[in-house]
Design a protein around this ligand. Structure first.
Ligand SMILES: CC(=O)[C@@H](O)[C@H](O)COP(=O)(O)O
Ligand SMILES: NCC(=O)COP(=O)(O)O
Length: 241
């Protein structure tokens, strides 16, 4: 079974759009956990356009009521991000090589180029007991480098998988992701996955059983507009069971 971590960035975006605490991110996190989700993910970007650094502290406090469930904080390891993560101490931190001005995450790490910067950051996070994940393109040959800089897991960047899903490349692209996952697992890395996953495409990716956790936010939020939040969370859990 693959764990579901629900990304609440878009709840934060809706909240920030009116300058009031409505919808309340913590209340939505509670609702999500009460439906059985394994965890909550947020990606506080430097401009805090959606998830804020305060959300990280608040959700960590909430999770104390949910033993066994997890907080995953995603982001680029700049000084403020690391300060917050090292104070909040989430269960997991997913490092993402995003520029502050990017619309969204759109590539994995170039570990060969960035290894000297990544290694001490990963060590500092792991010293606090935080599981460290590197956001990676699905390239089997790059998994050894992720391991070499100290990562516990990789998160496969799944936009290419999602884009191929309704095309005749679906099977071949899925095979590439499964091969990347197996390459990671073969050297002791667990495998997460995320970005543009949705209720339709998540099942095929996770069916072989190589994916430990998916983090899903954008599509889940859109699907909830039609189906309702509780129903969508339960529908993902059904897909992943
Ligand atoms: C790393 C990744 O693919 C997503 O977790 C990311 O959080 C999406 O960010 P936005 O919600 O800002 O598009
Ligand atoms: N790491 C992926 C994530 O947290 C959510 O990505 P998306 O579902 O919003 O594309």
């Amino acid at each position: 079974m693959t764990h579901l971590s629900v990304n609440l960035n878009k709840i934060g975006l809706l909240r920030n759009s009116r300058g009031r605490d409505y919808p309340n991110v913590v209340a939505m996190a509670k609702r999500t956990l009460d439906q059985g989700a394994f965890g909550i993910t947020i990606h506080p970007r430097p401009d805090q356009r959606h998830a804020t650094y305060k959300d990280a502290y608040d959700i960590k406090t909430l999770l104390q009521q949910y033993p066994g469930r997890e907080l995953n904080i995603e982001g680029f390891p700049d000084a403020k991000f690391l300060e917050v993560v090292l104070e909040v101490v989430p269960d997991q931190c997913t490092l993402v090589p995003d520029d502050p001005n990017q619309l969204t995450s759109d590539h994995g790490w170039n570990v060969a180029r960035d290894q000297d910067a990544l290694r001490p950051v990963i060590a500092k996070l792991r010293d606090k007991g935080i599981r460290v994940v590197l956001f990676m393109d699905p390239v089997p040959e790059n998994m050894t480098l992720a391991k070499s800089v100290g990562a516990d897991r990789v998160e496969l960047y799944t936009e290419a998988y999602a884009n191929a899903y309704h095309t005749d490349q679906q099977a071949s692209v899925n095979e590439e992701y499964q091969e990347a996952a197996l390459a990671a697992k073969s050297i002791g890395l667990e495998v997460n996955a995320g970005h543009d996953l949705d209720l339709e495409n998540v099942g095929l990716l996770c069916a072989p059983g190589h994916i430990t956790e998916v983090s899903i936010g954008h599509a889940l939020t859109v699907e909830a507009l039609e189906l309702g939040w509780d129903n969508v969370v339960k529908a993902y859990l059904d897909q992943l069971s």
